[in-house]
Design a protein around this ligand. Sequence first.
Ligand SMILES: [Fe+2]
Ligand SMILES: [Fe+2]
Length: 176
Amino acid sequence: MPNAIQMLKEDHRKVKELFEEFAQAEEEQMKEQIVENTVRELEVHAALEDEIFYPAAEEQIGEKESIDEAREEHHVVKLLIGELKKMSSDDERYDAKYTVLAESVKHHIEEEESELFPKLEGKIDAEELGAEMESRKERLQRQPHKRSTKAKSRTRTRKSRQRSSNKRRKRASGGR
Ligand SMILES: [Fe+2]
Ligand SMILES: [Fe+2]
């Protein structure tokens, strides 16, 4: 049976690995692939926490203030994701945007793992919650593919537009 806290920690580990990969990546295509994977991971993870884990946590330990703070941190992450989805890797601030996203997620993960999760040990039915999260996760993982394909084709259009305008500029300058 899946344990809810173990599942979330495993997601955290996965996403932190993607942050490392991005920091090492040099090719633009590779960066865009890592961003796409990161976004998919984070969207599913945040949905599981927002819909299932946080409400259960709140019910068991109260702590509405700190859980609301976590929800606000998710909100900030979603704003950054929304901006990142509109960018492509040749955007001047693409790397900076991703790095800020990574930093804020790392901070959030640190708080969950050092404060929230320990408070919940033994107070929630981690197995039952885990099973619920597992089945929701499967459904969510089937959904977001569509969205990310759309985001990608938007990116390509933007990029190819930029490329042809570069070509136009080159032609206009007459190759001087
Ligand atoms: Fe979270
Ligand atoms: Fe989390």
